[in-house]
Unconditional design. Structure first.
Length: 211
C-alpha cells in the first residue's frame, strides 16, 4: 500500500502512521523526523532548513523533494510506504507524480484548529532521547522528567502557541488544497479525528480496508 497522510500539524498523523506501518508492514517516511535529524547533526540540508522550521514555515521544496526521492529508492519501500509530512504543497504533489509514484490513497485526518492548539502546546519532548509526552494526554511519571532516560523534558520551539498558530495558517493556505488535488484523482479519504487515539485508529483501519 502506498499512502499519503494529510492533516494539520498535531492532528495525530504520526501516531496513526506507526499503527498503519505495523499492520501493513510498510515503512513510515516522516519528513519531520528526517529534517529534525539533519538539524541535530548540523548537516548542510539541516542548516538550510533550520531558519524555516524555527519560524514554523515550510522547508523549501527542492530540499524536501531531494530527501524524499532518495528515501523512496531504498529497498524497504518496495512493497509500499506511508508518507507523513509530504507532499505539503501542490508543487510537491506534482513532483511526486513526475517521479512516477502513484499512491493508493491520500488519507486526511480532520481536527479543528482549537483542538490542535491544545494538543500541540501541551507536548513535551525529551532533550536527550527524543521521547514524547503530553501535559494532558500522556503525562510523564515525574513532572518535567523523561520516563525513558531521566533527562529534562522541553517544549520544542515549533510547539509554542504562536508557532502553532503560524503553522496552522501555513497549513490552511498551502497544504489544505491537496485535499482537492487528490479528490480530483479519486484518491482522497477523510477521517474525523477523535478524542481517543484508538477511536481514530478504528476509523482509519476501516477506511483503509476498503481500498
Amino acid at each position: 500500500m502506498k499512502l499519503i497522510l494529510l492533516g494539520a500539524p498535531g492532528a495525530g498523523k504520526g501516531t496513526q502512521a506507526e499503527l498503519i506501518s505495523e499492520k501493513y508492514n510498510i515503512p513510515t517516511i516522516s519528513t519531520g523526523n528526517i529534517i529534525r535529524a539533519a538539524l541535530k547533526e548540523g548537516t548542510e540540508m539541516g542548516l538550510k532548513a533550520k531558519e524555516y522550521t524555527e519560524r514554523g514555515e515550510l522547508v523549501p521544496d527542492e530540499v524536501v523533494i531531494g530527501i524524499i526521492e532518495e528515501r523512496l529508492e531504498l529497498p524497504d519501500c518496495k512493497n509500499g510506504f506511508i508518507l507523513d509530512g509530504f507532499p505539503r504543497t501542490i508543487p510537491q504533489a506534482e513532483a511526486l507524480d513526475k517521479m512516477g509514484i502513484t499512491v493508493d490513497a491520500a488519507l486526511s485526518i480532520e481536527v479543528d484548529d482549537s483542538e490542535i492548539v491544545k494538543r500541540m502546546s501541551g507536548r513535551r519532548v525529551c532533550h536527550k532521547c527524543g521521547a514524547s509526552f503530553h501535559t494532558e494526554f500522556k503525562k510523564p511519571k515525574k513532572d518535567g522528567i523523561c520516563d525513558a532516560c531521566g533527562d529534562e523534558l522541553i517544549i520544542r520551539k515549533d510547539d509554542e502557541a504562536q508557532t502553532v498558530l503560524n503553522r496552522l495558517q501555513v497549513f490552511h493556505e498551502q497544504t489544505e488544497p491537496l485535499k482537492s488535488y487528490y479528490e480530483a484523482q479519486g484518491r482522497l479519504i477523510e477521517v474525523e479525528g477523535q478524542d481517543k487515539v484508538s477511536d481514530t485508529t478504528a476509523l482509519v483501519m476501516a477506511a483503509l480496508s476498503k481500498i
